[in-house]
Design a protein around this ligand. Structure first.
Ligand code: PLP
Length: 364
């Protein structure tokens, strides 16, 4: 007990000294959102709000149990079928959120006989899932397919899995889908791709960036779809396997059915939001083009990191955005190596606001 008290004290002291003490703050209502993942503005869409209310009327509050006990309802299966059809997959399994999906699925898919090849910048939930599985972890350099190929050749694992994201949330750059499929095929590896930031924003009818050839495609409902939850799109047999073995699925109360009721509406809405997708791409291009240091700017998407010389500079830049009426966040080590203000853009931004943001970047 005493040791833990000391541990907490040391941690808090260090965080304070290094100006990294975090606090929880509700978003300022008077500032324009440049840091949420509500890429298409669906979280406040009237039809989503109405669907949630109707869902509560239909199903009540909580699901009351895990899906394998009494938590399952027809709406879960309906949304899973709808998701699989939308993304051109065989089947899908819904999870409470993306973190639970990745940790549950990866720890069920792999065991200590696997070698897991993970992009160096992959999301914590992907790393944690592999960690929990006991698989041998091998990191490849971020988006470096030559390095991945060398590592696959070196390890020659009989059970290999490649794990990456389609669109990286800290840099806004995309994984090379074609090269990933080639390597998957050449080395007979499983391919697991997390499309949390691509779904809804890219592809025909917003179907995202993950290639259909991937064995497991993760999408989340908490970002462009404006809700919460996640689905893993995979073969019918893999869905059955996960349903039995993904511990975050088996041993957890099923999400509120009302969320699924609204998710069915969100999918249909997103399919028809081509105009919003195009507007978001235009706004993003205007803002990306304003970044002077093109060599350090890898983004080709609606996620635009403004890399700063120091943590203090990132905080100062976020302050300048706030003074101009925009809510941004400084992201600093240990979350990222290089401090930055990360702009997460959304389709509600106007061309005038994009020009204003570009001006702020230009003046930085
Ligand atoms: C790539 C990626 N995967 C998974 C998650 C986790 O998803 P969720 O927020 O639904 O738990 C996130 C972020 O939240 C993410 O950026």
């Amino acid at each position: 007990m005493q040791a833990f008290t000391k541990q907490v004290e040391n941690f808090l002291l260090h965080a304070e000294k290094t100006n990294r003490l975090r606090s929880l703050e509700a978003p300022p209502e008077n500032l324009i959102d440049l840091c949420s993942n509500d890429y298409l503005g669906l979280a406040k869409h009237r039809r989503i709000k109405d669907a949630l209310k109707t869902g509560v009327d239909l199903y009540g509050g909580g699901s009351t149990a895990s899906r394998l006990v009494r938590g399952h309802r027809g709406i879960f299966a309906q949304v899973e079928r709808q998701t699989a059809e939308w993304l051109g997959g065989e089947a899908a399994l819904f999870f409470a959120n993306g973190y639970a999906a990745n940790v549950g699925a990866l720890s069920a898919i792999c065991d200590s006989s696997y070698v897991a090849f993970i992009d160096r910048l992959a999301h914590a939930s992907l790393v944690d899932g592999v960690r929990l599985s006991g698989a041998q972890k091998v990191y490849f350099r971020h988006n470096d397919m030559q390095h991945l190929g060398e590592l696959l050749a070196k390890h020659r694992a009989t059970k290999a899995i490649i794990i990456t994201e389609s669109l990286f949330s800290m840099d806004g750059d995309m994984a090379p889908a074609g090269a990933l499929i080639d390597l998957k095929t050449k080395f007979d590896a499983l391919l697991y791709i997390d499309d949390a930031h691509g779904i809804g924003v890219y592809g025909d009818a917003g179907c995202g960036l993950s290639p259909r050839e991937a064995d497991f495609r993760v999408i989340t409902f908490g970002k462009a779809l404006g809700l919460e939850g996640a689905a893993i799109v995979c073969s019918d047999a893999s869905r059955s396997y996960l349903l039995h073995n993904a511990r975050t699925f088996v041993f957890s109360t099923a999400p509120m059915p009302a969320i699924l009721h609204a998710a069915a509406v969100a999918i249909e809405l997103v399919k028809g939001m081509q105009g919003e997708r195009e507007r978001l791409q235009q706004v993003s291009a205007t803002i990306r083009n304003a970044v002077k240091d093109a060599a350090r700017m890898k983004s080709s998407s609606h996620i635009v990191p403004l890399i700063c010389e120091s943590e203090a500079a990132a905080l100062e830049l976020a302050g300048r955005f706030a003074a101009a009426g925009f809510h941004t966040r400084a992201i600093r080590p240990p979350t990222v190596k290089e401090s930055r203000v990360r702009l997460s853009l959304n389709s509600n931004l106007t061309a005038e606001q994009a020009a204003q943001i570009a001006g702020l970047i230009g003046a930085a």
